[in-house]
Design a binder for this molecule. Structure first.
Ligand code: HH2
Length: 296
């Protein structure tokens, strides 16, 4: 199947004809790099406006952390209290920017879609809540199916980081999740896949996934990469503070873009936007340069 160029969601669609930047809006007290920063709806709106001004195409609102140290599970009520008021305000104030909700719970996805979200970003790819597929299909939501193993509290640890061949295993498991979504009625044009950088993956596994990204691209769906500020970048650069891992993040995203990724979930929108746009221009200028060199 060839890659769809329009990512369909609820009543709209986003052309994936350039790098798509997804800005992270974590309304959590405990996220690994930005937990506790956005505690009010006003703070979230201000941050969202900054990200859109800096070039974010999509805003991803999350109310439950999967932090690598082992996350605390959040009740559906608490998660709803965190994300719904923010989604309502963003949908009203930034109507041209599609909102995704980062959740593994169908009840949260359903209410978020009712409140104005257009996309469901499920880091369990519908593994943890079987109703997720029907909820997304009924709303014609865009979906991001991310590879992971285990539950919310241990999926970002190394508890399940055992692979025969990480790229082959991830592609095969992700392909099963795509089939499950399709069987639930999700349109192929609504699906984006994500190798789940850092989720049940040691540093070498995350690197292998970026290096072998063409195998994920070969599934035939747009590929999102979420490497922003993650642990393996800290291991490679020596930056212990997640917020200081911007340059490493940009480098990973550029490598991923060159290997076929088209969506990039990031905390630091401006630097990633600029780098991805410049590399995209280089990628697209290459044939022209070759033609010019031949004198044609
Ligand atoms: N990573 C995180 C959360 N959601 N969604 C997708 N599709 N891909 C990812 O790689 C991904 C994700 C973890 O990062 P973050 O939101 O910054 O941290 P936390 O889970 O601690 O809130």
């Amino acid at each position: 199947m060839s890659q769809p160029t329009i990512w369909r969601y609820t009543s709209g669609g986003l052309a994936i004809d350039r790098p798509i930047v997804v800005g992270i809006l974590n309304v959590t007290p405990d996220s690994f790099s930005d937990g506790g920063l956005l505690l009010t709806v006003d703070q979230a709106l201000e941050r969202a406006r900054e990200m859109v001004a800096a070039g974010a195409d999509v805003l991803d609102v999350g109310g439950e952390s999967t932090r690598p140290q082992g996350a605390t599970m959040v009740s559906p009520d608490d998660e709803l209290r965190r994300v719904i008021p923010v989604i309502q305000v963003l949908a009203r104030e930034l109507p041209n920017t599609p909102i995704s909700v980062d959740t593994t719970k169908s009840v949260v996805a359903e209410r978020a879609l009712g409140a104005g979200a257009a996309i469901v970003n499920d880091v369990s790819a519908f593994r943890l809540d079987a109703r997720m597929g029907t909820v997304c299909a009924a709303a014609r939501a865009g979906v991001i199916l991310m590879h992971s193993r285990g539950g919310v509290s241990d999926m970002a640890t190394y508890a399940h980081a055992v692979y025969d061949s990480v790229v082959d295993d991830v592609v095969s498991e992700l392909s099963g999740r795509v089939e499950a979504a399709r069987a639930a009625g999700v349109s192929s044009e609504s699906i984006v896949v994500d190798p789940g950088i850092g989720f049940s993956k040691r540093g070498e596994h995350s690197l292998a996934m970026i290096a072998g990204l063409s195998s994920v691209v070969a599934l035939g769906y747009p590929v999102l990469v979420g490497a922003s500020r993650k642990r393996f970048i800290g291991e490679l650069t020596g930056e212990t503070l997640p917020a200081a891992r911007v340059i490493g993040t940009v480098a990973v995203n550029v490598a991923a873009l060159e290997r076929g990724a088209r969506l990039f979930r990031v905390h630091d929108v401006k630097s990633n936007r600029q780098a991805l746009d410049v590399v995209w221009a280089v990628i697209n200028a290459a044939p022209v340069a070759a033609a010019a060199a031949r004198g044609s």
